[in-house]
Design a protein around this ligand. Structure first.
Ligand code: NDP
Ligand code: GUE
Length: 284
C-alpha cells in the first residue's frame, strides 16, 4: 500500500506556522494584504475564493474580496488591477481563473505587477523561475515541492514525468524540478506511447483534468505519484486524474484527492502573500 502524502495535514501545520509569523510581522507594523478578484459566478470558483478568504483570515492576512459581474469588460478589469497595483497597502493580487470569454486571461496576467503576482503567472516571474532565479513561484507546483520535501523525498537524480504542460502547473513544476536536479519529461496530448514513458517515472505527476487518466499499468512499482487533478466523476464526487484504488496498490507514495495537492496550493498562496509583504520593505 502506498504511503499517503497528506497535504491536508501538512497545510494545517503550515497554516499554524504562518499564523505565528503574521503576529511577529504585526509587531513590526506589517500587515499582509491579499486582493482576490472573481469575475462572474462560476460555482467552483466561488468555493475556491471563499476558501482563500477563510484561510487568509485564519492566518491573519487581510483580504479584499472583489466580485465583478460576469459581463465585466476587459477594460474594466484592467482598470481595477491598475488601482490595486498602485495601492501600497495591497501586497498580492489574484484574479481567479477561468475568466469569461470576453476577457483575455494573458493580457490580465501581464497587467498584474510582477511584484504583486502571488500566482506567479506573469511572464517575468515564469522567466525568472526558468533561469533558476525565482521571485514569485506558482502555488500548485510550489506546494508539490514542499510536500515532497516534508516527506524527505529528494528529486535530485530522479526521473520525473509530468503529464500536462499548462502555464499554471506543468511548465512551472518542470522548471522547479529541473532547478533541483531532476531529469524531467513533460508529456501532453501529442505525446507518443505515453504509458511507456509514465512507467519510467520515479516521480509521476498527473495534471491533465481527466478522471482515471492514470491507471495501475501506467505506474512503475514503488513510484511516487502526485495527483493534481480536480474533477467531478459521474457520481458528482471530487476526484483526481489518478485511479486511486489500484494505483494505491502499486505506488510507493500517493497524494489523495481531496486532501493532497489542493490544500497545499492555498497554503502556498498565503505564504507567498506574507513573503511579498516582507519583501515590499526591501529590494529583492
Ligand atoms: N490541486 C490544485 O491546486 C490544482 C488543480 N488543478 C487541476 O489540475 C488539472 C489540470 O489543470 P491545468 O494544468 O490547469 O489544465 P489544462 O487544461 O490547462 O492542461 C491540461 C494538460 O493536459 C494535457 N492533456 C490533455 N489530454 C491529454 C491526453 N489525452 N494525453 C496527454 N496529455 C493530455 C494537455 O495537453 P495539451 O497541452 O497538448 O493540450 C494539457 O497540457 C485540472 O483537473 C485542474 O482542475 C489545477 C490547478 C490547481
Ligand atoms: N488565479 C488562479 N489561481 C489558482 O491557483 C487557481 C485558479 N486561478 N483557478 C482554479 C485553480 C484550481 N485551484 C485549486 C486550489 C485549491 C483546491 C483545493 O483546496 N482543493 C481541496 C478540495 C476543495 C473542494 O472540496 O472543492 C482538496 O483538494 O482537498 C483545489 C483547486 C486553484 N486554482
Amino acid at each position: 500500500m502506498a504511503v499517503k502524502l497528506d497535504g491536508k495535514k501538512l497545510s494545517i501545520k503550515l497554516t499554524n506556522d504562518l499564523q505565528v509569523e503574521t503576529k511577529t510581522l504585526k509587531n513590526q507594523g506589517i500587515i499582509p494584504k491579499l486582493a482576490v478578484i472573481l469575475v462572474g459566478d462560476d460555482p467552483a470558483s466561488r468555493v475556491y475564493v471563499r476558501n482563500k478568504h477563510r484561510m487568509a483570515e485564519k492566518i491573519g492576512i487581510e483580504s479584499l474580496d472583489l466580485r465583478l459581474a460576469k459581463d465585466t469588460s476587459e477594460a474594466e478589469l484592467l482598470e481595477k488591477i491598475a488601482l490595486l497595483n498602485n495601492d501600497p497597502t495591497i501586497n498580492g493580487i489574484l484574479v481567479q481563473l477561468p475568466l469569461p470569454d470576453q476577457i483575455n486571461a494573458d493580457r490580465i496576467t501581464k497587467t498584474i505587477s510582477p511584484k504583486k503576482d502571488v500566482d506567479g503567472f506573469h511572464p517575468y516571474n515564469l522567466g525568472r523561475l526558468f533561469v533558476n532565479d525565482p521571485y514569485a513561484i506558482p502555488c500548485t507546483p510550489n506546494g508539490i515541492m514542499y510536500l515532497l520535501r516534508e516527506y524527505g523525498i529528494s528529486v535530485d537524480r530522479k526521473n520525473v514525468v509530468i503529464v500536462g504542460r499548462s502555464k499554471i502547473v506543468g511548465r512551472p513544476l518542470a522548471a522547479l524540478m529541473l532547478n533541483q536536479n531532476a531529469t524531467v519529461t513533460v508529456a501532453h496530448s501529442h505525446t507518443k506511447n505515453l504509458s511507456e514513458i509514465t512507467r519510467q517515472a520515479d516521480i509521476l505527476v498527473a495534471a491533465v483534468g481527466r478522471v482515471n487518466f492514470i491507471q495501475a499499468q501506467d505506474v512503475k512499482p514503488g513510484a511516487i505519484v502526485i495527483d493534481v487533478g480536480i474533477n467531478r466523476n459521474a457520481a458528482g464526487k471530487l476526484v483526481g486524474d489518478v485511479e486511486q484504488t489500484e494505483v494505491g496498490q502499486v505506488a510507493g507514495y500517493l497524494t489523495p484527492v481531496p486532501g493532497g495537492v489542493g490544500p497545499m496550493t492555498i497554503a502556498m498562496l498565503m505564504k507567498q502573500t506574507i513573503e511579498f509583504a516582507k519583501w515590499s520593505k526591501q529590494e529583492k
